[in-house]
Design a protein around this ligand. Structure first.
Ligand SMILES: [Zn+2]
Ligand SMILES: [Zn+2]
Ligand SMILES: [Zn+2]
Length: 322
């Protein structure tokens, strides 16, 4: 089995697990300071770490996709979704149902959904018509959805044909604005302006819960100054984030002018900026995710990227507790 931690910059962890690292106490491979006994306050599960088309890409016959198909499930990267503590999801892609099957996740327990933007790989609203009526039993609480105005329009459009009037009240939707925090179930989420979509205000999120902070940075290329300024001010008396996940669609290649995603040089520069502003520090674990088949993200390449740039290379099913 490949080592996941050799040379990685991933302090702050109590435990990292998943399909590839199952059963291994990775704290043993980390510096003593990091492996110290500490109560766990937030659990992340990376359910999908691919870009819009997935790896292998749905309709692609390139060499990388052929190789990913040949190797099988361990190389699959489905569409982006991160689960926090089993109750809060960042994005809800077309693969969400398969995520629940593949990783044993029970979405009847899902209470909160933060949607970054309306692109199809981040918000598949059609599924929500199944949350009630004869399709779902035993639901005791609504699923509260947060997203921008365009995400709300997509929700309305995609559920219009099949949504039942008795199911809709279980899916309250709040339109959020950048830099206006929302609070729910012991969490606080701050929407931040991303640099990503045309025609809508794409968001990334700072999620706080249990005294821990997770910064979700996909899809974006760097961050606009107002988001960086806000984060710097907001965290000045709270302290740096514990975990940050960076868009890495282009893997080794830089995004270039006008890019809407990042490669390692961009993620590295953004991380340095976060450090400079006190948003991240030496205890922050920094992961890369959201990989495109165009950047040939077979596991050995993503792990090499992690080693060379000091990021934790996320994979479908990876868990982190801190
Ligand atoms: Zn995306
Ligand atoms: Zn391909
Ligand atoms: Zn997008």
């Amino acid at each position: 089995m490949r080592s996941m931690t050799e040379g990685l910059f991933c302090p702050g962890f109590d435990r990292i697990e998943g399909r590839k690292g199952r059963g291994r106490d990775l704290t043993k491979a980390l510096p003593a300071k990091v492996g110290r006994a500490r109560e766990v306050f937030m659990k992340l599960k990376f359910l999908g770490t691919g870009a819009a088309e997935g790896v292998p890409a749905e309709f692609c016959d390139c060499e990388v996709c052929r190789e990913a198909r040949r190797r099988g499930e361990r190389e699959f990267r489905t569409r982006s979704q991160v689960l926090v503590d089993g109750v809060l999801s960042v994005d809800f892609p077309p693969d969400a149902y398969c995520h629940s099957l593949r990783f044993g996740v029970d979405f009847s327990k899902l209470r909160y959904l933060l949607v970054t933007h309306s692109h199809m790989d981040h918000f598949y609203a059609h599924d929500f018509v199944l949350r009630g009526y004869k399709y779902a039993r035993g639901l005791s609480a609504p699923l509260q959805i947060y997203g921008n105005g365009e995400v709300k329009r997509v929700f309305d459009e995609c559920t219009r044909r099949e949504m039942r009037p008795d199911v809709l009240p279980g899916l309250p939707f709040s339109v959020v604005e950048p830099f206006v925090p929302v609070e729910f179930g012991g969490y606080r989420a701050v929407p931040l302006r991303a640099r990503h979509a045309r025609g809508e205000c794409a968001l990334v999120y700072l999620v706080e819960g249990g005294g821990r902070r997770y910064l979700h940075l996909t899809d974006t290329c760097g961050l606009p100054d107002d988001s960086l300024d806000f984060l710097e001010r907001y965290l000045a008396d709270r302290g740096p984030v514990d975990f940050a996940a960076f868009d890495c669609t282009f893997l080794f290649r830089a995004g270039g002018p006008g890019a809407r995603h990042m490669g390692l040089p961009d993620a590295d520069a953004l991380r340095a900026e976060l450090f400079r502003r006190g948003v991240a520090d030496g205890h922050t674990a920094c992961a890369i995710t959201h990989f495109s088949h165009n950047s040939a993200p077979l596991s050995e390449e993503v792990e090499r990227a992690g080693r060379e740039y000091g990021f934790l290379p996320a994979f479908d099913g990876m868990e982190a507790e801190f």
